[in-house]
Design a protein around this ligand. Structure first.
Ligand SMILES: [Fe+2]
Length: 243
């Protein structure tokens, strides 16, 4: 696992950990790494669990992801948005997340830590979570969020939403996952991501000083194992007067 650090110009100083796409894989090392960095907040743009529409977060299918999120709350406040594996989050699961101290932002925002923090929900229901084309997210919510006062941090599971819907808004910082760094990285190029296809532009890295895409935390084997593309924890340092 690698740690990647980015510094972003902002009206305030704040340290943000970005963790995504655990998919219920082992998390001990990630937890230790995040704890060492002592972030002020933790942003989680989805796909930590596997199927929260049809299984309890405490069931074996989801439990490692839920345990990971719960453990993160001991480090810093956790803000979590819904990925394509979590579409159709059940009411029971929402209650369990709340009781564990995890703030779910399901097409919702709040003001905290000097930021306006929003979560843009994946538009894919669990039954279609492997769809190759990503439909439009909730644009009414996105517009309402973007028009809110303050420095905006948006959790958006799908990075492909950035060029399609978010770039034209005034949202200052967007964190995403989903693309798993292109799964393979060969000759400096990310190879494939669902929703973007071959040689995806937004599978990792920082783009236009606004969009930061994490490579994810799962050593997934779909359809063949990661290659040249280690899992990644990302640390974003908002700093006054820097870029
Ligand atoms: Fe995803």
């Amino acid at each position: 696992m690698r740690s990647t650090h980015y510094t972003v110009n902002a009206p305030l100083n704040l340290n943000i950990a970005l963790v995504s796409d655990l998919h219920c894989y082992p998390y001990k090392e990630v937890l230790e790494r995040v704890g060492e960095e002592k972030p002020d907040i933790i942003a989680v743009p989805g796909d930590i669990m596997e199927n929260t529409a049809n299984h309890s977060v405490t069931a074996p299918f989801n439990q490692p992801g839920f345990a990971f999120l719960s453990a993160l709350t001991a480090i810093a406040p956790v803000y979590y948005s819904i990925g394509n594996h979590e579409g159709g989050m059940s009411e029971e699961n929402r209650t369990l997340l709340k009781e564990a101290g995890i703030t779910l932002l399901d097409n919702a925002f709040l003001h905290a830590h000097g930021l306006c923090i929003g979560g843009l929900t994946s538009p894919l229901p669990y039954e279609k979570h492997h769809a190759e084309k990503t439909p439009s997210p909730n644009l009414e919510f996105l517009s309402r969020f973007a028009n809110e006062q303050g420095f905006h941090l948006l959790l958006s599971h799908h990075p492909e939403h950035y060029p399609a819907y978010i770039r034209s808004t005034g949202v200052e910082l967007i964190v995403s996952g989903h693309a798993h760094g292109g799964q393979w990285r060969i000759f400096g190029k990310d190879i494939y991501a669902p929703g973007q296809g071959l040689f995806p532009k937004y599978a990792s890295g920082m783009h236009e000083n606004r969009l930061i895409v994490g490579r994810g935390l799962a050593n997934t084997v779909f359809p063949i194992p990661r290659l040249g593309n280690p899992t990644e924890a990302v640390f974003i340092h908002l700093r006054r007067g820097e870029s």
